[in-house]
Design a protein around this ligand. Structure first.
Ligand code: OX2
Length: 838
């Protein structure tokens, strides 16, 4: 890949030493040094991975000055944003750091002059798969923007030893392979074992009077685990700011229990270590469905307690009073996963630091803010009281106390409204008793936000209605965004160069500048260049597909792509219904003048989600039939690209002509893939769901392929009694498609294989595929027609990109900073340069 941009964009450090200099000679010798001194290899025996590691250290050395100076700057009484998230899907680091440092071309030269290929080394990097999908990737985009905007920030999360599984497809089925991302070491992190904290679990609480006769509570745990921080620098684009992502690993307090060892219990001695370390072994691979496993609650409490203790320590090290905690830190809860932080901060302040309850509550409420990411009922976290009390006995008491005080206020406002009281309560008492984490987050935060306009409105009307009525002032919307550095500059260097040639490079940090492209939409030679780039990028993806899957696809066909987690509400199977409709039309009329298409899918299914796995099986089965049918050859292909992750996303989004955003209206909170596609010039076929609504508003209805029921229509149809079977019966083309699946045509005659899926559609269809089918098919036909007019399609593509400025994560972060966190940028000066510096 050629450098997306010219080098030397970052203000350079004034004093360089041999270790961090940027001349080609210095870079080459640094690479050789790191290979020898860190990897312990001669060039003759070094593997590609050794070279990758040596290169990564070479780059890391060049960002350490910025990182350490950033940390120094923040010790001086500035307000710091702490983003608490169980997931950070940061993706590969090497290229991102090269781009943000502005040294891509130099490094490439140095690497090539050393006889190596930069592209090959880049491909060595294992991406840290520390997230499931949109929620984790959003956290990563936000860290990038926080640094680029020079806002002091720390990301706090978990250093999972095994991230999201690698997906393989065998015989059409998803197979999960353990993700061993750490097996060859991680050059981007630095362990800080000296900054460990202790986290307690279990036991009981003890109520007592202290030496001054004050009533106090202490927690006598039955287990203590050590949290060790691992820090990764998150460098901003063209700035000195490098914020920290601090991920916690669980370890045993004593890595060896000598008492047990001495009495001959070797296994017992190692046991404690194993049990403790299990805590951060694995990421739960569910997106939007809670599993309610005890280990998950342990993970949540573990990292949140580590984070809050870390903040308190930071604060106390500056000799500032703990009572100013909320003025020093703005803590964002990324969904309810870290919501236990509300009770933990109260415990730390009241029990451990002896601040009185009311003051502690004031601090707590003013510290936390809560982002909700979903309306799906199965994603609302709640923990059985029994489990909760066994693991966190003191927190349960604190939650009861918070609840009692809160419900007293509710009673005052709504006397005798028992329904309200039971819905607002932090405890669900409708059957088995549960702690409701969303309620805890709402009560304990000063701000609550949804992630797209429609989503926030629906939150206010549905799942958080009672909270909205009680605390309307807490609610705000912050529409999601994505970072243009990774999702344009890094992943689409060709388009980056073209745009920068025409309008300069300011758009990279001020995405609204893309508007300047609007007038160029009427310039035929610009359109030609635009088309050419899309063509080349599609060629790259076609080559990848051929190499990995041995499927030949035509880069001239329309690339119709749906990549995201597999979920019934996202309706990959609606896309399949179109694929089969398209196929049937071709089969029935061999001379049909159809716009050739390549249907591309990708995404992981939660390992325990049978229906999602069956959808993958269906896609692959349909692909096998279609791709081998000579009647339709050259006019359609179907591809399921395995193991969709950040790295693959970087290849796929830029190569799309059409972006599939087809969730049932009212189900997708925002979506961020929709933004990545449109930013790279794909046109969207989509429902009025999540951020699609705002994307359509921005790019213009005439540049967006809208179909399907609105949220209100979905609710209305459900309320009237939805009968999917009627749609099947009354639509001959739909019936033919469903009957073809049922007949065993795609499953070697096995009529049972897809029965669960088909029966679900015919008799339940919770996500209303059949109701939206005709509208979807008609709109797909419009897409095909539109693609024939290549000039106009290109014009629409350019206009899409030109009008996507709103969806930069920089804009989202500015909104959080102003509306919620009340923080300002703090530029970092490189004052202390060492070693070898002044
Ligand atoms: C996802 C939402 O499904 C998606 O719509 C949104 O764009 C993303 O979060 C970032 O806000 N788990 N994943 C999500 O929500 C939950 C819960």
């Amino acid at each position: 890949m050629n450098a997306p941009l010219e080098d030397s964009l970052t203000p350079q450090i004034r004093v360089e030493d041999d270790r961090t200099g940027l001349s080609i000679t210095t870079l080459r010798s640094a690479l050789a040094d790191n290979l020898f001194y860190i990897q312990g290899k001669f060039p003759g025996t070094a593997t590609k991975n050794d070279y990758y590691m040596a290169l990564a250290y070479t780059v890391r050395d060049r960002l350490l000055q910025r990182w350490l100076n950033t940390t120094q700057t923040y010790r001086k009484n500035v307000k710091v944003v702490c983003y608490l998230s169980a997931e950070f899907l940061i993706g590969p680091q090497l290229v991102n750091n090269l781009i943000n440092l502005g040294i891509y071309a130099k490094i490439r030269q140095a690497v090539e002059e050393s006889g190596l290929s930069l592209q090959e080394l880049i491909e060595q990097e294992e991406e840290p798969g520390l997230g499931n999908g949109g929620l984790g990737r959003l956290a990563a985009c936000y860290l990038d923007s926080l640094s680029t905007l020079e806002i002091p920030a720390i990301g706090y999360g978990i250093r999972y030893e095994f991230g999201i599984f690698d997906q393989e497809i065998r015989d059409g089925w998803q197979v999960e392979i353990t993700d061993k991302w750490l097996q060859y070491g991680n050059p981007w992190e630095i362990a800080r074992p000296e900054e460990y904290v202790e986290v307690k679990f279990g036991g009981r609480s003890e109520h007592y009077y202290d030496e001054k006769g004050n009533y106090r509570v202490r927690w006598i745990p039955d287990r203590v685990v050590k949290g060790v921080p691992y820090d990764t620098p998150i460098l901003g684009y063209q700035v000195n700011t490098a914020n920290t992502l601090r991920l916690w690993k669980a370890e045993a307090i004593e890595s060896f229990d000598f008492q047990a060892f001495n009495i001959g219990d070797y296994y017992g001695a190692v046991d404690a270590k194993i049990v403790s370390e299990n805590l951060t072994k694995i990421l739960y691979p569910n997106d939007e469905v809670i599993q309610g496993k005890e280990l998950r609650l342990q993970q949540q409490y573990f990292f949140v307690s580590c984070a809050l203790q870390d903040m308190i320590r930071l604060l106390l090290s500056t000799e500032v009073s703990l009572e100013t905690f909320h003025q020093q830190f703005a803590v964002q809860l990324n969904d309810t996963h870290p919501a236990i932080g509300v009770a933990e901060l109260m415990r730390l302040l009241v029990d451990e630091h002896r601040i009185d309850w009311d003051k502690a509550w004031h601090i707590t409420q003013n510290t936390f803010a809560f982002t909700n990411h979903t309306l799906l009922p199965e994603a609302l976290e709640k923990w059985p009281i029994e489990l909760f009390g066994r693991l966190l006995p003191r927190h349960l008491e604190i939650i009861y106390e918070i609840n009692q005080r809160f419900l007293d206020r509710v009673r005052m406002k709504y006397p005798r409204d028992l329904g309200k009281l039971s819905r607002l309560s932090l405890i669900d008492e409708s059957g088995e008793r549960y702690v409701r984490m969303a309620n805890l987050a709402c009560v304990g935060s000063h701000a609550i936000n949804g992630v797209a306009e429609l989503h926030t409105e629906l939150l206010k009307k549905t799942v958080l209605k009672d909270f909205y009525e009680f605390f309307p002032e807490k609610f705000a919307n912050v529409t999601n965004g994505v970072t243009p550095r990774r999702w344009m500059v890094l992943s689409n260097p060709r388009l980056t160069r073209l745009i920068t040639e025409k309008i300069g490079d300011r758009w990279i940090t001020h995405l609204d500048d893309l508007r300047k492209l609007e007038t160029l939409a009427d310039d035929a030679s610009f359109r030609q260049q635009w088309r050419q780039i899309k063509q080349e990028t599609k060629g790259d993806l076609a080559a990848y597909i051929r190499k990995k899957l041995d499927i030949i696809v035509d880069p001239k066909s329309l690339f119709d792509i749906q990549v995201k987690r597999i979920h019934e509400y996202k309706r990959q199977h609606l896309n399949v219904l179109h694929v089969i409709t398209f196929y049937n039309r071709l089969k029935h009329d061999r001379d049909l003048d159809i716009t050739p298409r390549t249907f591309i899918f990708g995404g992981k299914a939660a390992p325990g989600y049978f229906m999602a796995k069956l959808i993958i099986k269906l896609i692959v089965s349909v692909a096998n039939i279609v791709n081998n049918d000579p009647d339709v050859r050259d006019r359609m292909k179907v591809v399921f690209i395995p193991d969709f992750n950040v790295t693959l996303g970087q290849r796929i989004y830029p190569a799309a002509d059409l972006s599939e955003q087809i969730s049932t209206a009212g189900k997708e909170a925002s979506g961020t893939g929709n933004m990545k596609f449109a930013l790279n010039g794909a046109l969207t076929i989509g429902t009025l769901d999540g951020a699609n609504v705002e994307i359509r508003e921005e790019v213009g209805a005439e540049n967006f392929f809208l179909f399907g029921l609105t949220t209100e229509e979905v609710y209305g149809l459900k309320a009237r009694g939805y009968r999917p079977f009627d749609y099947y019966n009354q639509n001959a083309e739909l019936k033919a498609v469903i009957d073809l699946i049922s007949s065993g045509f795609f499953s070697h005659g096995d009529v049972d294989l897809f029965k669960p899926l088909i029966d679900n559609l015919l008799y339940r269809d919770d996500y209303m595929l059949l109701a939206d089918y005709q509208s979807y098919i008609d709109t797909q036909e419009k897409v095909s027609q539109a693609y024939r007019d290549r000039e106009n399609w290109t014009r629409m593509s350019i206009l899409n990109v030109a009008r996507m400025g709103k969806f930069s994560s920089d804009r989202s972060i500015r909104e959080y900073a102003q509306k919620i966190w009340k923080v300002e940028p703090v530029p970092v000066e490189l004052l202390q340069l060492c070693p070898g510096g002044q």
